[in-house]
Design a binder for this molecule. Structure first.
Ligand SMILES: CC(=O)SCCNC(=O)CCNC(=O)[C@H](O)C(C)(C)COP(=O)(O)OP(=O)(O)OC[C@H]1O[C@@H](n2cnc3c(N)ncnc32)[C@H](O)[C@@H]1OP(=O)(O)O
Ligand SMILES: CC(=O)C(=O)O
Length: 545
């Protein structure tokens, strides 16, 4: 591995170690393996896999990775320096990271005198010896060492001479990287710039190959407690740091670590540094969603660069301009990071939103068409009554088809009735729905039970339609949300029901609004089935063509 071009930066991902220190995040060995391989594909050169001496899961993880190694990344175990007044060679934790069988290891040591005297309860000299012995021992075992200077910035601010002594000790002992950590996340960018510049002056930062360099390179590891983690990492890089540590989606202890999903595009697209390949940068959005799926945390829809809303345009003025030139309201092209532009429909829309939506549905509509204005007016009127089409794009599509006289009537609901039994002492209610539907001029009457009125209604409707449209057997109701819009008016409150449906490949959301919760739900359920049929027949048509 060599670093020559001055614009080359080394990314170090710690999702599998510091990321898992986030409250509420827990992963299995299989999850860790899947994430490691995905980060490898993304082109991250260093992946911190965990602390093998600290728990059996991390020991297993490193062993299993040996059987199915990464393609390009260095997998790195993490550990502290030896404890006070012990021999490095006798430390079980250090034996555990050696047993992980990697080329690189990361150890963290104390930079802040307060931590030495109060945390470790040892002398400042012994702390220096702990750093030196540990690095020398790991090097004697053939490992390349990354030294994380914990609490570097706080330590430097309190006692700069001692803090500098700790990293000079690490450098002399042979660490190849000195990573300055803003462990408590309280430092501001101007302080980072100043302090990193001092370190670079003191330590030197020659451009040379990693394996030959006697002078360690400087890295940065920042936390987000002041919401400065990304800004601080950028400030450090601009001051000369060559390694950037962070995590996918910014997961990490307390408020998280520097978010690589923001750092990488900022470094690469804005500042011109080279971190990962262009074809890898456009996997960033997918990687962010993959990791959130594996760790079972809902993705942040508003995350910069990779969030679903990162390139979503809602205001009519924005949509009008973006349609003419995306640069007007987008700082980068969404495709560069694997994301996509979305046009959101709402009461804040103008004709441009409607036209863009029509285009995305394959319909030609222009600003002078009277239907375009009608669609906009109808949508705004419905929004004023409680509809929210940005959350129910399928219902908006049906509204457009209707206005353009393209809405196919697959069936017509003539009426329905729902009865609920609430029996004292029974925890669940039984509901029975009867429904009358007309299909191709034929009336069908069906009844079905469900554990709630909406489930019963959905079941009765499907029963009535299944002989005409067998494909609805593949549709499922995946989510159902209800919101009371003017809760202060008691029973006269308006209910908004959102139903999410799916067919195994796609999901779509429909909406219903009424002062009757059943009526609102019924509208959303019916449109959900109708839209599913529409998708099915559109796909059929395309296939036949
Ligand atoms: C800034 C960071 O994020 S550092 C990483 C933090 N991550 C974690 O702590 C997660 C994994 N940790 C663990 O599983 C456990 O804490 C272990 C296995 C490491 C240690 O467990 P225990 O031996 O029971 O100790 P405990 O967690 O109570 O205390 C930490 C010990 O590490 C010592 N320690 C802390 N930093 C260092 C260091 N840089 N070098 C050596 N020892 C250190 C503390 O002084 C304390 O020692 P003591 O118990 O002799 O006083
Ligand atoms: C090492 C580390 O995770 C920190 O100092 O924050």
């Amino acid at each position: 591995m060599s670093i020559t071009p001055s614009s080359q930066l080394w990314l170090y991902d710690t999702t599998l170690r510091d990321g898992t220190q986030r409250e509420g995040l827990s992963v299995s060995i299989e999850d860790k393996l899947r994430i490691a391989h995905r980060l490898d594909e993304l082109g991250i050169p260093f992946i911190e896999g965990g602390w093998p001496g600290a728990n059996p899961k991390d020991v297993q993880f490193f062993w299993q990775l040996q059987e199915n190694p990464l393609k390009q990344a260095e997998i790195v175990p993490f550990c502290s320096t030896r404890r006070p007044h012990t021999q490095a060679s006798d430390e079980p934790m250090l034996q555990a990271i050696l047993a992980a069988g990697t080329r690189w290891v990361t150890i963290f040591g104390k930079s802040w005198d307060l931590h030495v005297t109060e945390g470790l309860k040892t002398s400042l000299d012994e702390n220096l010896a702990m750093i030196r012995d540990t690095i020398e021992y790991l090097r004697s075992q053939g490992r390349s060492v990354i030294y994380d200077a914990e609490h570097w910035f706080d330590g430097y601010k309190q006692n700069p001479d001692y803090a500098l002594q700790t990293i000079k000790t690490a450098a002399t002992a042979g660490a190849k990287w000195l990573v300055l950590c803003d462990t408590n996340g309280g430092t501001l960018p101007h302080e980072i710039t100043e302090i990193v510049s001092v370190v670079i002056q003191e330590i030197g930062n020659e451009e040379t190959t990693l394996t030959q360099s006697p002078i360690p390179q400087i890295g940065i590891h920042t936390h987000n407690d002041s919401e400065m983690a990304v800004a601080n990492a950028l400030a450090a890089v601009m001051a000369g740091a060559k390694m950037v540590q962070g995590t996918i989606n910014g997961y990490g202890e307390r408020c998280g670590n520097a978010n690589l999903c923001s750092l990488i595009p900022n470094l690469q697209l804005k500042l011109g540094y080279s971190c990962i390949g262009e074809h890898q940068l456009n996997q960033l959005t997918e990687t962010s969603r993959f990791v959130s799926e594996v760790v079972n945390l809902a993705p942040d829809e508003h995350a910069p660069f990779v969030g679903r809303s990162a390139f979503a345009h809602k205001g009519g003025i924005h949509v009008s301009a973006v349609e003419r030139n995306p640069l007007t309201y987008e700082h980068i092209q969404p495709e560069q990071v694997g994301n996509r532009r979305r046009i959101v429909i709402s009461e804040q829309s103008g004709l441009s939103n409607v036209l863009a939506k029509a285009k995305s549905l394959g319909m030609e509509l222009n600003k002078n068409d009277p239907q375009a204005k009608q669609i906009l007016q109808k949508m705004k009127k419905l929004e004023s009554e409680g509809y929210q089409f940005e959350a129910a794009e399928a219902s908006f599509a049906l509204l457009m088809y209707e206005a353009l006289k393209l809405r196919k009537q697959f069936f017509e609901v003539k009426g329905f009735q729902v009865n609920c039994d609430l029996v004292e002492g029974k925890e669940t209610t039984n509901s029975l729905a009867t429904i009358k539907v007309a299909v191709n001029g034929k009336n069908i009457l069906e009844a079905a039970e469900g554990n709630g009125p909406v489930a019963a209604l959905d079941a009765a409707l499907r029963k009535a339609l299944i002989n005409f449209y067998p494909q609805i057997a593949d549709f499922e109701l995946t989510d159902y949300k209800v919101r009371i819009l003017n809760g202060n008016t008691g029973t006269a409150a308006i209910t908004r029901a959102l139903v999410e449906s799916g067919n195994g490949q796609q999901r779509w959301t429909t909406i219903g609004v009424s002062d009757n919760i059943l009526e609102a739900s019924y509208q959303a359920v019916v449109e959900g089935l109708e839209y599913g049929l529409l998708l099915y027949f559109q796909a059929e048509k395309v296939l036949k063509v």
